[in-house]
Design a protein around this ligand. Structure first.
Ligand code: GDP
Ligand code: IMO
Ligand code: MG
Length: 449
């Protein structure tokens, strides 16, 4: 059979469809181990956004936003929910614990965040986290502790077990809950049985759970859409500002993070495409958020950790306490090896450097610039945790500026020593710093360009 050469020019006069790329989305991602201040950066951009989306993770995330002296913490709701003019979307890549979602909404409603249910869209392809997933999360942590002498330090929000159900194709999605409830109930019971055969101590009041789920289903129904089509229309309709709010962070990514001490989703840029069903060509700016030092919640290697007075000072001055679990965050110097690694994966167009003000009182400030193994610099970020535990960090030391920066609103308001610190970071990562954070509130952000 004669085959047409794909490279042949189109026949004269033949009309070809035009590939209209459509609107671009702006993605905000954590460049360290989480809690870098993504919520605050999203809030800043969300004031002008039409749609703010979450694409991965669940209520393991805890994003703080401070507006007009009021502090909000968001876990499943996109931080853009605060803007009455924008739509918030929970994409297919997110795992949703319905009691958690409504509890969060109701709590914020009491704080004055009215009408959130009307501004929220939920993808019908998103997977559900059930109460028993959360119980299993706890059981798995106990098992890890017993078998290996250490656990992961998860948030116990059921994230790992829910993504496991998704990957093993026994999970249940929003569309299943809203479909034939009899069929949903059968699959729910099978899933419970599957977990009970693995964890005989697991007790589940199936009928009570189903009753509650049925109620949640009706409250959820008006918000549910085909997420892929919703995003397609948003990308190809009139110009729109669309924002994607990353949860967790690069070093917690299931593929690229410090495995196994990671979360169970892709918190890097690919997660925006798979978690919303949008093509890579629609990804526009990718903003990385990094703190001016480093923190980590939970277990795992942390090369620049300071188990000393410096670490304690960063913890107390920075109020480094987990938003979701209330655990103290481990603290250390800024590690530029990990931020560069996050940039290799995400291709940041610019960085938001947050919490510079926390360093205001230090006499000198160190920055990790390279890792050495057996005295030799290594160019990559080690995959193996035993290796990462052994690396020796090479530091660059800067004099502290010893000045309160919290009132600075433009570059020239910053002390020269702080400017030098920022410029060094920018040059070392090879990405421009677009914002510098000097306080919790919305206005405490210096925009550089
Ligand atoms: P996220 O998970 O990345 O959204 O970050 P979290 O909300 O978990 O943690 C960041 C914390 O730092 C929150 O308490 C924020 O209010 C606070 N924060 C964010 N940016 C700044 C900043 O520039 N300076 C200070 N002092 N606090 C900040
Ligand atoms: P945000 O979005 C900080 C950590 C947990 C634990 C590991 C696995 O606020 O930056 P999981 O419950 O996800 O199975 O826990 O990942 N972790 C986070 N640490 N900030 C987060 O989110 C986190 N989400 C998960 O502490 O070590
Ligand atoms: Mg957080």
């Amino acid at each position: 059979m004669h085959q047409k050469n794909a490279n042949q020019p189109a026949a004269t006069g033949q009309k070809r469809p035009r590939n209209d790329a459509g609107n671009k989305v702006t993605v905000v991602l954590g460049a360290q181990w989480g809690d870098e201040g993504k919520g605050k950066v999203v809030d800043l951009l969300a004031t002008e956004a039409d749609i703010v989306c979450r694409c991965q993770g669940g209520n393991n995330a805890g994003h703080t936003v401070v507006v007009d002296g009021k502090e909000y913490d968001f876990h499943l709701l996109p931080s853009g929910i605060i803007n009455p003019k924008s739509i918030s979307l929970i994409g297919n890549g997110v795992v949703i614990h319905l009691p958690g979602l409504f509890e969060e909404g109701d709590k914020n409603d009491k704080k004055g965040l009215k009408g959130w249910e009307k501004r929220l869209i939920v993808s019908d392809r998103a997977h559900l986290v059930f109460d028993f997933h959360q119980v299993v999360d706890g059981l798995q942590e106990t098992e890890r502790q017993a078998q290996e002498g250490k656990n992961i330090g998860t948030t116990k929000k059921g994230i790992g077990p829910a993504y496991s159900s998704k990957a093993s194709r026994t999970g249940l999605r929003v569309c299943d809950l809203l479909g034939d409830f009899k069929d949903f109930s059968t699959r729910f019971k099978n899933l419970v049985q599957q977990y009970q055969s693995m964890y005989p101590s697991l007790t589940v009041d199936v009928e009570d759970q189903l009753k509650k789920l049925k109620e949640f289903a009706e409250r959820l129904r008006p918000m549910v859409r085909d997420g892929v089509y919703y995003m397609y229309e948003a990308l190809h309709g009139p110009p729109k500002k669309i924002l994607v709010e990353g949860a967790n962070a690069a070093l917690l990514d299931i593929d690229f993070g410090t495995y196994p001490f990671v979360t169970s989703s892709n918190c890097t840029v690919g997660g925006a495409c798979t978690g919303l069903g949008i093509p890579p060509m629609n990804i526009g700016d990718v903003f990385g958020v990094a703190k001016a030092y480093t923190t980590r919640v939970g277990i795992g290697a942390f090369p620049t950790e300071q188990l000393n007075a410096i670490g304690e000072l960063l913890q107390t001055r920075g109020h480094e306490v987990g938003v979701t679990t209330g655990r103290k965050r481990r603290c250390g110097w800024l590690d530029l090896v990990i931020v560069r690694y996050a940039h290799m994966i995400n291709g940041f167009t610019a960085i938001a450097l947050t919490k510079l003000d926390i360093l205001d009182v230090l006499d000198e400030i160190k920055v990790g610039v390279a890792y050495k193994l057996n005295g030799k610099r290594i160019p990559h970020f080690p995959a193996n945790m035993d290796v990462l535990q052994k690396v020796e960090v090479e530091y660059e030391t800067f004099p502290g500026w010893k000045t309160d920066t919290s009132a600075a609103r433009k570059w020239n308001d910053l002390p020269v020593k702080a400017q030098n610190y920022i410029r060094f970071i920018e040059n070392h990562i090879g990405v421009p710093i677009k914002w510098v954070g000097v306080g919790k509130s919305r206005e405490c952000m210096i925009q550089m360009f």
